[in-house]
Design a protein. Sequence first.
Length: 412
Amino acid sequence: MKLFLCRTSLIILVYAMLNSVYSGMNGMPNEGDSIAYHIPIARSILDGSFIGPQVVFRNDHQYFPGSSEFILAAFILVGIPITLYNVLGIACLFLATWGLGKASGLDGATSVTYACSIGTLNTILRWANAQTVDIWLGVFYALALMLLMRPRPTATYFGVLGFAIGMIIGTKYSGPLFLIAPLVLLGRRLIPLITVPRVIAFIMPVCVLGLFWYARNLIVTGNPVYPQGILFLRGNGTTILSVPVWRATVLYPASMVNALVAEYRLWAFSLAVPVVLLIIRRCVRYASALTVIGYLNLLVFCMLPNAPEENIHVSNMRLAYPVFTVLILVSFLLAKSLKWSKEIALAAVANMVLLPPYEYHPKLMFAYVPIVFVVFRYRGVHRRLSCIGAGASRAVRRLAGRATAAWKGRGR
């Protein structure tokens, strides 16, 4: 049953991805924030105007951190349609959350179902052809959590962890805030593994990919988080999105609840799952820490900017990816402890079926139907994914080893 539901969730995700690829190949960028500053940031990376005291942008929001726009810049440089930028992000999000599920103790099939549950959320698919960076923040956040759950005494591990954390810091100003809880609760396990080479391997990507943007803004504007004002540091004085989420929830409860259910559907109720977990005291491995992380992330989300308009209530639900990535995982872990894995997988698949409406493209069947046959005919689909993940991990280790050897040779 679990394997059948795992396969079903995969083909639902594949269907959504194929539609997103088709619409991306036949569309143009049209999302407001993407056109206003995400694409310009990527272009400024390509022409070099993003760096140094001489930085001058037409839009103050181009001073936002731009690490994930480096990926978008690569799309522009190579000539790949940038409407596929977040389609790749969803594929990477699937892999990252699948690995997170495995690291937290879910079996292979359930991990795939969990990852598909994240990838088919309306608040994810809505942005599939946009150039916003929230999906990529979700990718690196899931990767960082996975690594913190499975510490390794190697420089490669610390380097990859530094990469993930650096990308979180360098993708959005909210990134460092979402990092506080996992670093405090899970990061202490790294302390016995610390050596000088591992610290260097960790700090270098954190500084280059993350802290660089804040240092640039400090030099150019005198404010590391410009255009946001903070303490005695001046921003640009904008009042857009000046109502925080908690205040919007108090003032417009019906609109905020509608937005929450519309974007997360059944998983909106995962906000209550940690409470149930604590009441019945069914704590499986990592569940307690993840519960605290999920609720602290919710506190961070409540402090993020919102607005009175209903469309902003819906749009800004994407800021809660680090909240629901964790709380949905806690839901699966709770179900595992209660021996309800099949039931939650069934509920997850039923939730996935409520995909946003797509245009009718009958020719997609020539790609979709063969994939369905492959997924259902191959018995070890989740085991095959494990082999792919292990192979990718070995490849990363080999590349890191070669890079280290080359660097040492250069030093001689």
